[in-house]
Design a protein around this ligand. Structure first.
Ligand SMILES: [Zn+2]
Length: 225
């Protein structure tokens, strides 16, 4: 009986080890490398300026395509939190770029929180990990409003309709000033909703930064080719 339970523990440890120790490159699946040198090179920061739908200036650190996309997906959806260090670098560069435009220094950071459903699925909040890994401090000023759990079941049109009001400030923010932080910017609608929630709580939102952006989907974006 003791032997059987030891075997079970042993197998559980091996499973845990396989999860904890990455064996394939997150970018190209080359074996035995967490991130091979070539893929590491493609994460070199390439900051680009954008504008949220509400006019707020934003800077992203990378183009969300190819290797970058693979690495971010592995980080967000496959438990590869070991990639946070590599992805924190482009976020830091984006923040350095936007800081002069953001006014007050040092700025307060407001990370866009992961939804409750995503948190249950992943077991972690990717943006919170990135902020920590970048050596930055941030307040958890944003919360998901009740009802966002059902977002997943809605079609695209209903989703964008429901995005309005999906975030709220956790407490009054009178007189404070924030830079929003998120992982990937697509249309900028989520960041605009985050800005709306913070402004509604009495604070200013001067800028936004993301690790990456999807170039073609940002309305009015002229900074990326
Ligand atoms: Zn690779």
């Amino acid at each position: 009986m003791l032997g059987l339970s030891n075997a079970l523990v042993h197998n559980a440890l091996l499973d845990a080890w396989a999860v904890l120790v990455p064996v394939d490159c997150a970018g190209c699946a080359a074996p035995d490398r967490a991130l091979c040198p070539a893929c590491r090179g493609s994460l070199a920061p390439a900051p680009a300026w954008h504008q949220l739908p509400d006019g707020t200036p934003a800077v992203s650190g990378l183009d969300y395509a190819g290797t970058v996309r693979q690495v971010i997906l592995a980080f967000k959806e496959k438990g590869r939190t070991d990639l946070a260090r590599q992805l924190a670098a482009p976020l830091t560069v984006a923040l350095e770029q936007i800081a002069p435009a953001a006014g007050r220094m040092p700025p307060e950071l407001a990370p866009v929180p992961t939804s409750r459903a995503s948190y249950r699925r992943r077991g972690y909040d990717p943006v919170a990990i990135l902020v920590r890994r970048a050596g930055l401090s941030a307040s958890r000023v944003l919360r998901h409003s009740r009802g966002t759990l059902e977002q997943k079941t809605l079609d695209m049109e209903s989703r964008s309709r429901n995005l309005a009001g999906s975030l709220r400030a956790a407490y009054p923010l009178n007189g404070r000033s924030f830079i929003l932080v998120d992982d990937v910017m697509t249309t900028g609608a989520t960041l605009a909703e985050a800005a709306r929630a913070i402004r509604e709580a009495g604070a200013a939102v001067t800028a936004a930064v993301t690790v990456a952006h999807t170039a073609r989907l940002i309305p009015g974006d002229s900074s990326s080719s």
